[in-house]
Design a protein around this ligand. Structure first.
Ligand SMILES: *[C@@H]1O[C@H](CO)[C@@H](O)[C@H](O)[C@H]1NC(C)=O
Ligand SMILES: *[C@@H]1O[C@H](CO)[C@@H](O)[C@H](O)[C@H]1NC(C)=O
Ligand SMILES: *[C@@H]1O[C@H](CO)[C@@H](O)[C@H](O)[C@H]1NC(C)=O
Ligand SMILES: *[C@@H]1O[C@H](CO)[C@@H](O)[C@H](O)[C@H]1NC(C)=O
Ligand SMILES: *[C@@H]1O[C@H](CO)[C@@H](O)[C@H](O)[C@H]1NC(C)=O
Ligand SMILES: *[C@@H]1O[C@H](CO)[C@@H](O)[C@H](O)[C@H]1NC(C)=O
Ligand SMILES: *[C@@H]1O[C@H](CO)[C@@H](O)[C@H](O)[C@H]1NC(C)=O
Length: 276
């Protein structure tokens, strides 16, 4: 990594060839950090948010500047608590951010469930943004409330108690495979919602090892691969990932200056250099 800032160029007059050899052969010791780009310096570190530790790009918020992250990844932090974030107008608790792959996080919607899997509000939980996709481990559960009594054996097993319009009415949940079977009475229920859960929680739920409210609180996995793809190219060129807070576009923060995609390689700099 060789800086192009002025502090690096205080060599005695030399021929272009000598200088070029010096530039590629000299160990990098010419620059101190004061010359480095301020955005690059600021976005140097990971940060902690609530009980989540060592978080990095694309996340920001709570002291980490937006230009060190990506729009749509603002975390709200509270001491000793899970972080929260908004996706498509819905608030989620962020239960885990994977460090290895850096493209998966586990989230659970907040403010949907009251007691015993009875919703406080009826909404379909979706990822209405191009930034996120459901991970392969996520699958939808479909909840039906205000239903006529069902005698279907499969549904009797997934019956839940719910209080709707003041009265106790039948409620059921089914997964995608059960939904595809014709269950005519479910169309007579007054309201339905879909909520993703993780495959593992669903299996525990189906086998009766786990209560419904626990399975729902475990959340589900989402991916943000497209954002990380841009970041990898930048990091491989020696940069740190960030964004332009005016245009919100991706920005590769490099020791000399920000670039749209990746840092200008040192050898490219030396070829362009003309000693005066
Ligand atoms: C990041 O930069 C700040 C300010 O320049 C400095 O205080 C901090 O020690 C640096 N952190 C790391 C991990 O380099
Ligand atoms: C978070 O995710 C990582 C990687 O997928 C996993 O190893 C770890 O056990 C998870 N932590 C929690 C608290 O679920
Ligand atoms: C959720 O989506 C389903 C299927 O698109 C729809 O029938 C249902 O009315 C939606 N529920 C709410 C509360 O919007
Ligand atoms: C469908 O609902 C009616 C009452 O509306 C009930 O008599 C009937 O047993 C239900 N059918 C099934 C398959 O659950
Ligand atoms: C639903 O409520 C009834 C009456 O309070 C109770 O007997 C039953 O065990 C409850 N079912 C579930 C699944 O909680
Ligand atoms: C990735 O970079 C391309 C080209 O710079 C840009 O068009 C695209 O919006 C970026 N994607 C994300 C998620 O930032
Ligand atoms: C950020 O975006 C604005 C508006 O598109 C542009 O004028 C500015 O040059 C960009 N800044 C950087 C550092 O790329």
């Amino acid at each position: 990594m060789i800086s192009t800032s002025n502090g690096c160029l205080l060599f005695p007059p030399l021929s272009f060839i000598t200088l070029f050899i010096l530039l590629i052969c000299t160990p990098i010791a010419c620059c101190n950090d004061d010359d480095d780009d301020q955005l690059y310096l600021t976005c140097n570190s990971t940060y902690n948010c609530g009980i989540l530790k060592d978080i990095s790009y694309p996340f920001w918020g709570n002291g980490r500047s937006q230009f060190c992250g990506h729009q749509g990844f603002e975390l709200l932090c509270e001491e000793g608590q899970y972080s929260t974030m908004h996706i498509g107008g819905q608030k989620f608790q962020v239960l885990n951010i994977s460090h290895s792959a850096s493209t998966i996080m586990t989230i659970a919607p907040i403010g949907i469930w009251g007691q015993d899997a009875c919703p406080e509000k009826f909404i379909n939980v979706s990822l209405s943004q191009s930034l996120f996709t459901f991970a392969p481990s996520a699958r939808n559960l479909y909840f039906f409330y205000g239903c006529p009594p069902q005698i279907d054996n499969m549904l009797v097993r997934t019956r839940i108690n719910s209080t709707i319009n003041g009265g106790l009415q039948d409620a059921y949940y089914v997964d995608e495979s059960l939904l595809r079977i014709n269950l005519p009475n479910l169309t007579k229920c007054s309201i339905s919602i879909s909520v993703p859960v993780n495959q593992m929680a669903f299996e525990e739920l189906s086998s009766g090892n786990e209560a419904l409210d626990i399975a729902l609180n475990e959340g589900f996995d989402v991916q943000y691969t497209s954002v990380i793809m841009n970041c990898s190219a930048c990091q491989n060129s020696g940069g740190r990932c960030g964004s332009n807070i005016t245009s919100l576009e991706f920005l590769c923060l490099c020791p000399d200056q920000p670039y749209p995609r990746m840092c200008l390689k040192p050898d490219a700099i030396s070829w362009q250099f003309h000693p005066s």
